[in-house]
Write a protein that binds this ligand. Structure first.
Ligand SMILES: [Fe+2]
Length: 252
């Protein structure tokens, strides 16, 4: 199973006076063109949030247009700059469901089950969780205890030590509650995150976790080679039967 992960596209519309917004749409369009001509296409694409920068319906319409013509499924997690109702209504063939106000859903039928978590704090840009979300996740995980599973979400519930702002959950106790729940479900192999705009990987107590760099170059953080720094970047994750082998890829 091969998964392409993108994140933090922060799309608005090309009407804005700031040219970086037009460049972000171009980055998404060139990613789509690139995926369409790959010799080995990923089985699915997951977007780990901040799809748009503000969540307006017309921003998701821009994303939908840019991703038209892809013949592989695309799944989205909610970022702090997204509005879940507009995502579900406006994105291409998006099958995500809002449960009790939270965008949490599973993608089944692949060698690895994927679960999108909603880490959006309703009042600010930090991540969070709550008993309702953890309850929904717990129920989903209990249904298939023997199926290898990966979560994908926007905010990492762990420290990204290379960042100037390493911890992006509002409350360490809630991040611990999240990780404690994951530790109770041994089938969870990996957590794919966004939000940090930089590349990061870490071994946690019972699973591995990572952050993907932002797709557009203008909002990216961290060090990259000259062949990567000014190009749209994404990651390919190949399931090897017990974990994921990850490769950072540049869009030419
Ligand atoms: Fe974010």
């Amino acid at each position: 199973m091969l998964i392409a992960q993108i994140s933090d596209t922060h799309i608005t519309t090309a009407d804005d006076e700031d040219p970086k917004f037009a460049d972000r749409i171009k980055a998404l369009e060139s990613f789509v063109r690139h995926i369409k001509v790959l010799d080995e296409k990923p089985d699915l694409i997951m977007h780990t949030g901040d799809v748009t920068h503000g969540g307006l319906p017309e921003y998701y319409a821009t994303v939908k247009t840019a991703m038209q013509g892809l013949d592989i499924p695309v799944y989205f997690a909610r970022g702090n700059r997204d509005i879940a109702e507009n995502m579900v209504a406006g994105l291409k063939d998006f099958s995500g469901k809002i449960v009790d106000g939270f965008l949490i859903y599973s993608i089944d039928g692949n060698p690895v089950r994927l679960i999108a978590m909603d880490t959006h704090h309703r009042e600010h840009n930090m991540g969070t969780t709550c008993s309702v979300r953890l309850g929904i996740l717990d129920e989903l995980l209990k249904k298939q205890p023997d199926t290898p599973t990966a979560l994908f979400m926007h905010h990492p519930p762990f420290e990204v030590t290379t960042s100037k702002y390493p911890f992006q959950f509002d409350d360490p106790a809630l991040a611990d509650a999240f990780l404690d729940l994951i530790a109770q479900h041994k089938q969870v192999s990996h957590m794919f995150c966004g939000h940090m705009h930089r590349q990061y990987a870490v071994q946690l107590a019972t699973c591995t976790a990572s952050c993907v760099p932002s797709l557009p170059a203008d909002n990216r953080l961290g060090e990259f080679t000259p062949g990567q720094a000014d190009k749209p970047l994404y990651q390919l994750h190949r399931w090897n039967g017990s974990g994921f082998d990850t490769k950072l890829c540049a869009v030419d």
